[in-house]
Design a binder for this molecule. Sequence first.
Ligand code: PEP
Ligand code: MN
Length: 456
Amino acid sequence: MDRPTPQSAGPNRPRHANVEEAPGPAEVLFGDDHREVEPRFGGAAWVERVCLPRWWQLPAAQQPAWPDRAALRDAVSELRRRPALVAARECERLRARLAAVALGEAFLLQAGECAETFAGVRAGSVVATMETVLSMAVMLRQLVGVEPVVVGRMAGQFAKPRSESTELYGDARLPAYRGDAVNDVHPAAAGRRPDPGRLLAAYDSSAVVLRQLRGWADSARPYPVGIGEDVFTSHEALLLDYEAALLRPVPGGVQEYASSGHLLWIGDRTRQLDGAHVGFGRHVANPIAVKLGPTATPAEATALVRRLDPHRQPGRLTFVTRFGADRVRDLLFPIVAAVTESGARVGWVCDPMHGNTRRAASGRKTRRLPDILAEIDGFFEVHRSLGTWPGGLHLEVSGEDVTECVGGGLQEADLGRRYETVCDPRLNPRQCLDLVAGMAEMFGNPWQHRQLPTSA
Ligand code: PEP
Ligand code: MN
């Protein structure tokens, strides 16, 4: 299937370009009659509660302008009644695995769709994607010698931040596609209206994906030993009405946990220090990741540590860096140096996809495997020079033989054959294995990376 490609977006848009369309605190629902456990009088949690604004009162970037408020209210109250998608104890088990990543004992492989779709879930593509990710994990262990922690970018990845709020198709300027949880990818005005009913469909599709993954993990034999006894999922915590409706109490705790997925991340466009997404991340007990792109500064990174990991709990905070092959060395070094200098111990993960998106001559978005490997190489080099652990990879992949990225036997001229992504170009299974093979070559002996600073 070939989908019309919008003509507007480019790879180097200014960041946070959409802030003006964020509805602002008065118009969002996620604070309304929000039942939150009041901490007991006194203590740091109480001081914070009394002195700081509630997270939902902070400005939220990249929220859809839902036209039908009553429908949004209905969808949110329905979500509040639904069962948790993931359990608090599973999130805690993942946090313990991510602590091993932060401490240099394990390697995170976080991979899956850029944007899951309801149709993709119906077509059952998820098992093929997870199998591709698991074969990478097996190869990583055998060729590179690291202990993989596998986390799917799936079962909740239905919403997208956009650099441009509109897209041009021929003469028609339409609202941008914001993921199946918000509107329809088909370029027609009616379907591009944000529809809150889609939040319920996103929940249902997430539940289907989780059921498939869990059923498959129980039945798949021989299962790669030691990998993925637990099925862990992740997505960008973007739509705060959805995420807030799925907050569930942690027994005996002041925090709540986000029951929509195990690991939630805050995107590069929504990581404002005083924004609602960071406030939300601070509020939840789940492990949290934050994407850091080219505009991120060392001071912002250390401030994010203070906001999101005040107790310096290993596994709580992971930074996913995505600078582009050309700039990774210059931009990553001062950030890792400052965070390490502050005494924090976070997980460092390389997303070599989002800083290396290009337009092919056809106008299609693509990524070149050599650029992807070059960013990984720069990431390793920076961590090697600082004595810190390069803790993982964050990738957009498909289990199908799609033709969206260049390399691994595909040229730009091949991209039209099977270009199916609704958002960013994904690696196909062959490209995934080529990536690990290329990485194994440059990684050398991984344990040479383990000379970690002794100041804890
Ligand atoms: C993404 O992961 O699909 C994404 C939009 O990333 P970023 O926030 O890093 O741009
Ligand atoms: Mn993407």
